[in-house]
Design a protein around this ligand. Sequence first.
Ligand SMILES: [Mg+2]
Length: 435
Amino acid sequence: MIGLVDANNFYVSCERIFQPQLDGLPVGVMSNNDGCVIARSEELKALGVEMGTPAFQLEGPWQRGELHLLSSNYALYGDMSARLTQLLQAACPKVAPYSIDEMFLYLDGLDHTACQALGTALRQRIWHGLRLPVCVGLAPTHTLAKLANHYAKRDSHYQGACLLDGHDATTASLLKRTPVDKVWGIGRRLAERLALCGITTAWALRESDTQRLRRRFSVVVARTALELRGTPCLAMNAADEPRQRIMTSRSFGRATGAWEDLYGALNRHAQRSAEKLRQQKGLARAVMLLLHTNRHRRDLAQYHPQTLIALPYPTDDTREILAAVRQGLQHIYRPGYAFMKAGVMLVDLVDAEQYQMTLLNPPPKTSHLQQRLMATLDRINQRHGQGTITFGVPPKRAVWHLRCAHRSPRYTSHWGELCQAGTHPGAIAETRNRL
Ligand SMILES: [Mg+2]
């Protein structure tokens, strides 16, 4: 059996661990730069606030105290996610993190009763140890486990842990009332095409002829149908597959036309992209730069240039990538525009090991030293936090620094921001209850 543990409203739940006064209130977490809502508590959903609502549209109710918005606190969420993984690993030997708040568990050799009991126990253990509410889906395949988790969240009678065995009447009745676009891997577009063949529910997909699905759609759709029947055929490596491009971009806190600001932002994005590239053991053949003025400000001059700079040879060396970034910016920079966003994309990626094996020309003599330098850089930044060592000194209050005026303290990862008992009414009693 496969288990899927998924935290409920993860970002909001992380905030509530240290701010119990937010329990039961409508709470939202905003994207970088406090732009729009990216996570909502159940109470905020009930107010009809949609995912992606721009924060300024909620200014009124926010100021009247009818709802609460927080800047995203990725240091906290990342750390809670690591703790969740650790806790699960202690209970179950095989854990595969799928996203920041979703982890697959492989429960080989456990029967249904044992799985159900484990699901319930894990929920309690996670609540007790981390104060995170989670739901657990259990099923013979990834696709069914996803669906089981969905129903564990939606129907309270499952009490947070739902088991679908793939063949019983419960599975059949749930699949019959599940729209096909709720199935893992079936997007809206694909659902529209399936509907043309009369496939509108998860059950209809399950009952379809897999050969036909393979011919008309794809092998992935055919496999999804098999997974719904309880036949495992999706490997969990989809998440680990190396990406074909690596993009790092971000909106500025305020618009800017200054060369130093733009270069600073691109420089930072390039360093981050290079780090991701080395993580997936890739080399880039080219770097793309993108700049954007604010499309919504029709009164301002618009300019959305992008440029692609080929690297002299495939590389993962931050310094080579930075040299390309400087060259590219010189090419597209025009003074007099107010830019709102900058991005760096590494494209045309190749696998580092394969490339070295098929290389006709020997790699440059410095290559070994370069690799050691980059590996050391990554190790230091991993150990001491991103940006501990960077190329170039970022000016203080740089324009690309995140605007996060409403971020909660990084309770679990920064000594200076530890939780203090007694800072709000009821905190001491609350802390005592929690211990
Ligand atoms: Mg979740």
